[in-house]
Design a protein around this ligand. Structure first.
Ligand code: B1M
Length: 208
């Protein structure tokens, strides 16, 4: 029997070599790719997300855990595709126009992947029309925007306006250090999350 708890533990510890080895071993032993993903890699990342939210671990530990998860994902992904396992949803993620900060956005992306989403990361300094183009191209149902500057926050309602103008039916979520729930409500975003782990939880709710 494949030891998926040990795989989850290797992600929590950020041990990428063990995560890769245990992913391969689980597949060799006949574990279903979906179980390896959900009970191994995602389960591990969920624990890291909870600890991050509770300030029990910090950004470096999350980055190292995400690296271990990615090492396992690299082995698992072809098998998932071959067995037709679908991601739980698809999210377009970017930092808004004029803003080059990407550390928080990247963490959000990792947590979203850790929760089973396919993430289309369109980078930093992203104009409203590029968000719209990416939603159309990918068919994503959620758009996640990050802003770290008070001067770039006003780009968020611009993106929402462009999405509505294009007649797209997507849920919008926002975050970043200067962003608040009050601001999300003011601009008509569907959700706000204060940190990367909460962003993944929120996306799961918006995805329903
Ligand atoms: Co800049 N910077 N920076 N900077 N920078 C800040 C943000 C600032 C607060 C520093 C300060 O003055 N005290 C300040 C903004 C002030 C303001 O607007 N109120 C500032 C400034 C002014 C600037 C420049 C204008 C400086 C200059 O050139 N004069 C310039 C702007 C460049 C631009 O974007 N156009 C600039 C440049 C830079 C660097 C390039 C040097 C570098 C960015 C490197 C990079 O990202 N690749 C940088 C950095 C590193 C910072 C600080 C020090 C750290 C930001 C960070 O990465 N934090 C920052 C000061 C600070 O925060 N202490 C600062 C760690 C990261 C994990 O946290 O991004 O908040 P954060 O993400 C969190 C949450 O916010 C949330 O989850 C994450 C993890 O839990 N979250 C989301 C983020 N996005 C989310 C999306 C969601 C949900 C949650 O849903 C979609």
């Amino acid at each position: 029997m494949a030891d998926l708890n040990a795989l989850a533990e290797s992600v929590i510890k950020g041990d990428r070599n063990t995560a890769a080895q245990l992913t391969q071993k689980a597949l060799d032993e006949g574990a279903k790719p979906k179980d390896v993903l959900e009970k191994g890699l995602i389960a591990g990342m969920a624990v890291v997300g909870k600890r991050f939210k509770a300030n029990e671990v910090y950004v470096p530990e999350v980055l190292i855990a995400a690296r271990a998860m990615k090492a396992g994902m690299a082995i698992l992904e072809p098998k998932l595709k071959a067995t037709g396992v679908q991601p739980v949803g698809r999210v377009v993620l970017g930092t808004v126009k004029g803003d080059l900060h990407d550390i928080g956005k990247n963490l959000v992306g990792m947590m979203l992947q850790g929760a089973g989403f396919e993430v289309i990361d369109i980078g930093t300094d992203v104009a409203a029309d590029k968000f719209v183009e990416s939603i159309k191209k990918s068919g994503a149902k959620i758009v996640a925007m990050s802003a770290l500057l008070t001067t770039t926050m006003p780009q968020m309602p611009e993106v929402i306006k462009a999405i509505k103008g294009a007649g797209l039916n997507v849920r919008t979520m926002i975050g970043g250090a200067p962003v608040t729930q009050a601001y999300a409500s003011e601009i008509g975003a569907d959700g706000y999350a204060a940190d990367a782990a909460s962003a993944a939880d929120l996306a799961l709710v918006l995805n329903k």
